[in-house]
Design a protein around this ligand. Structure first.
Ligand SMILES: NC(=O)c1ccc[n+]([C@@H]2O[C@H](COP(=O)([O-])OP(=O)(O)OC[C@H]3O[C@@H](n4cnc5c(N)ncnc54)[C@H](O)[C@@H]3O)[C@@H](O)[C@H]2O)c1
Length: 287
């Protein structure tokens, strides 16, 4: 048994809904909130497709669906989290919004409860300033990867104020739900995004210089390096605008970089829009 018995997840989008799913699958009573109850309920309904696919591919047993039904519930708003032991925040990547969520959580949670932010790019130290001095020792980053139900890695980012015992407890519950936590300092890009985007940027440069096509670079990474997906396929799947904003953040922190402006300005945002580095039909199938 881990230090946390009940879990709250705030933000029922792509990340938050699957984070909640993972805790519920592992047997933790988990409560999911969004801007209103209907949004959280819709997110739980959408998870049925993820569960069905997981069972079909033998990731999970049929009892998994039952565990989720038993353990996962939508709540009206984050104020329902007053008696949670750990709350994971996964709202939009907007510092002011996240700070207001942390202030509200800080006001209602028991003193021994903790907060973990799933931010990809904001400073955990800066976010932690939104909570009281007393709570700061129980505040850290827990950066999950998409799709959460498939990706095992979670970066655990402590600040100078985080109690090491709290970070150990969070790492322990992440292990208990089947994830592999790694400890990372609170630096821009943490441990994964900066090297990932260095690779992405270098790949874009090769296309600009006419060395190789996006399709050939994707093939090179998959067939030559054993990556499950190529950099251009990855950008198209997650949206070029997301890569652009990550590049801008890395650029501010680390200096000169190629920014993905042309593609985004042209509206070639990736799979969802039908065109990115590759072209897709209306069902998102690669042409
Ligand atoms: N998408 C990724 O690949 C990825 C990977 C790792 C981390 N993250 C981070 O996870 C977080 C969420 O990203 P996402 O892709 O799930 O976004 P998303 O847009 O799919 O979901 C965000 C959710 O937050 C909800 N929300 C907004 N304001 C709220 C409020 N006041 N109270 C409750 N809910 C509120 C929205 O309604 C929405 O459902 C971001 O910080 C993002 O940087 C994303």
């Amino acid at each position: 048994m881990t230090a946390f018995k009940t879990i709250g997840v705030v933000g029922a989008g792509m990340m938050g809904s699957e984070i909640a799913l993972e805790f519920a699958l592992a047997g933790y009573p988990t409560f999911l909130s969004d801007q209103n109850r209907a949004a959280a309920e819709r997110a739980i309904e959408r998870l049925q497709g993820v569960i069905d696919r997981g069972i079909a591919r033998n990731f999970w047993s049929a009892e998994a669906a039952e565990a989720v039904r038993r353990n996962l519930a939508a709540v009206d708003n984050l104020e329902a989290d007053a008696d949670r032991d750990l709350v994971v925040e996964a709202v939009f990547e907007d510092e002011a919004l996240k700070r207001s969520v942390f202030e509200r959580l800080d006001a209602i949670l028991a003193p021994e409860a903790g907060i973990a932010s799933n931010t990809s790019s904001l400073s955990i130290t800066s976010l932690s300033a939104a909570v009281s001095d007393e709570r700061r020792c129980r505040f850290l980053g827990a950066h999950f990867f998409s799709p959460v139900s498939r990706m095992r890695l979670v970066e655990v980012i402590a600040t100078a104020d985080t109690d090491p015992a709290f970070a150990d407890d969070v790492a322990a519950i992440l292990t208990a739900i089947g994830k592999t936590p790694i400890r990372v300092k609170d630096v821009v890009g943490f441990a994964v995004n900066s090297p990932l985007h260095a690779l992405v940027i270098e790949s874009i440069r090769l296309v600009e210089e006419g060395v190789c096509s996006p399709a050939d670079i994707d093939a090179a990474y998959k067939l030559g390096l054993g990556h499950p997906i190529g950099p251009f396929e990855l950008m198209d799947n997650t949206a070029n605008s997301l890569s652009q904003s990550v590049h801008e953040i890395l650029y501010k922190a680390y200096g000169e970089r190629f920014l993905l402006r042309q593609m985004v300005a042209a509206g070639y945002n990736g799979r969802k829009g039908g065109r990115g580095w590759h072209r897709y039909d209306k069902d998102g199938k690669r042409l």
